[in-house]
Design a protein around this ligand. Structure first.
Ligand SMILES: Cc1cc2nc3c(=O)[nH]c(=O)nc-3n(C[C@H](O)[C@H](O)[C@H](O)COP(=O)(O)OP(=O)(O)OC[C@H]3O[C@@H](n4cnc5c(N)ncnc54)[C@H](O)[C@@H]3O)c2cc1C
Length: 385
């Protein structure tokens, strides 16, 4: 991107650069005009998912045989970056594409992949993952939702909260205990197709500090009967290990979102401070503005090199959990720092909701919390010392 002076990473092929332009057009033309409406409703319209599916932009990193585009994480990264640059808040496709679909691809049986992935790629199914509960977030081994076997079905009971896409999703990966006496070894991942079950209820669409167009919900499961074929994989008790294995990608995609926010914030601030005058001269002409933006650009350039390095590692299957934790922690912290500095340079306008920098400030805060808090990232990194 123009604001930084880094080389195009080797994974970003010419084809992908061309594709980036198409994705940018899709977000700018098709979705961006509806963001205000979605912010008012607290939820992105369902048609947006179908539209993205029709445009071939869902599950791009899934193999073609399962309805995807046969791409890799680089395709998802470009998608996330262009969504951010177009200011399309709230559309939870990164979670659908980079978190939910990969669980099915990596752990699903052939039958499960064929059953769910093509419908996720078309937008017929919208994905969510329900780990957090009112009583536990960071400590996933302590989940209390249970799925107990009864003949050829499981009976699911429990409550989840803070679930992204929770009002829209009709395919939810539920983290639950198939053996409540066990800790990690008792955890399994159950796929719930919400259109096909009874006893599932969506609770409140939670009011939040930021991400106003994103639905974040409570979910309730009361004696929900799930066929045994909906256990992800073939064996009970694998859920915790499946979660751990997928963490590098989940954490790194949060860093990618953060990086896009950093670059957009700097670009918006350069444009604004060149335009805005104080004391008869552009705000950019003050040395403080130049120094602040110089610092932001230098830090962002360093961060971009690290993010693209991690993406390259991820595509090659080499991104380890510790490095991914560093990526999530460092980039989300930096995102908050840089957006704060940028907002200051907008003066009072930076505090006004109609200015994107104000929304970005509020939206960025959660990046240090979800996907494992930054304190949990430090624990994981510390274990490697
Ligand atoms: C907008 C939003 C969207 C979300 N989307 C989803 C989703 O789609 N699916 C989902 O399952 N969850 C989701 N979450 C939940 C999110 O992942 C959790 O909020 C997060 O993991 C923290 O859990 P908690 O809120 O229970 O905090 P707690 O675990 O109660 O932590 C409270 C504080 O204690 C600290 N802490 C906890 N343990 C330790 C420790 N061992 N050492 C040091 N400090 C510690 C934490 O860092 C934090 O500062 C979302 C949350 C938000 C806000």
């Amino acid at each position: 991107m123009a604001v930084l002076q880094t080389e195009t990473p080797s994974w970003k092929t010419d084809d992908l650069v061309l594709f980036e332009e198409e994705i940018a057009k899709f977000f700018t033309r098709e979705l961006a005009p509806h963001v205000e409406d979605w912010r008012d409703k607290g939820c992105v319209d369902r048609w947006a998912w179908n539209k993205a599916g029709e445009a071939g932009l869902l599950c791009m990193s899934m193999p073609e045989e399962y309805g995807g585009a046969g791409g890799h994480f680089g395709h998802e990264q470009v998608f996330i970056e262009q969504q951010c640059m177009a200011g399309v808040e709230g559309f939870g496709a990164a979670l659908h594409n980079c978190i939910v679909a990969p669980y099915i691809l990596h752990y699903g049986t052939e039958e499960q992949k064929k059953r769910w992935l093509p419908r996720m790629a078309s937008g017929e199914l919208v994905g969510a993952i329900a780990m957090s509960e009112p009583g536990t977030g960071s400590d996933l081994q302590a989940v209390r939702t249970t799925a107990l076997k009864d003949g050829n079905q499981y009976v699911l009971n429990g409550q989840k909260t803070f679930i992204t896409n929770g009002q829209t999703a009709n395919l939810i990966i539920v983290v639950c205990k198939t053996d409540p006496k066990e800790g990690a070894k008792g955890v399994s991942l159950m796929i719930v197709e919400t259109d096909e079950v009874e006893g599932f209820e969506r609770g409140r669409n939670l009011k939040k500090l930021g991400n106003k167009a994103q639905d974040t919900s409570e979910l309730f499961f009361t004696d929900v009967k799930i066929p045994t074929e909906n256990l992800l994989g073939t064996e009970e008790g694998q859920g915790f290990f499946q979660l751990m294995e997928q963490l590098p990608q989940e954490r790194h995609q949060i860093a990618v979102q953060g990086m896009a926010g950093i670059e957009r914030a700097i670009q918006l601030t350069i444009d604004y401070t060149k335009e805005r005058e104080a004391f008869g001269r552009p705000v950019m002409s003050f040395q403080n503005t130049q120094f602040k933006l110089a610092e932001c650009k230098a830090k962002a350039t360093m961060a971009r090199v690290f993010v693209d390095y991690c993406t390259g590692q991820l595509i090659e299957g080499k991104l380890d959990a510790v490095t991914a934790s560093m990526s999530k922690m460092l980039i989300s912290d930096l995102e908050n720092e840089i957006i704060d500095e940028c907002l200051q340079l907008f003066g009072g306008y930076g505090y006004m909701d109609e200015y994107p920098i104000s929304r970005m400030y509020a939206d960025a805060r959660v990046q240090r919390i979800y996907g494992g808090t930054n304190e949990i990232m430090k624990l994981l990194i510390a274990r490697s010392l």
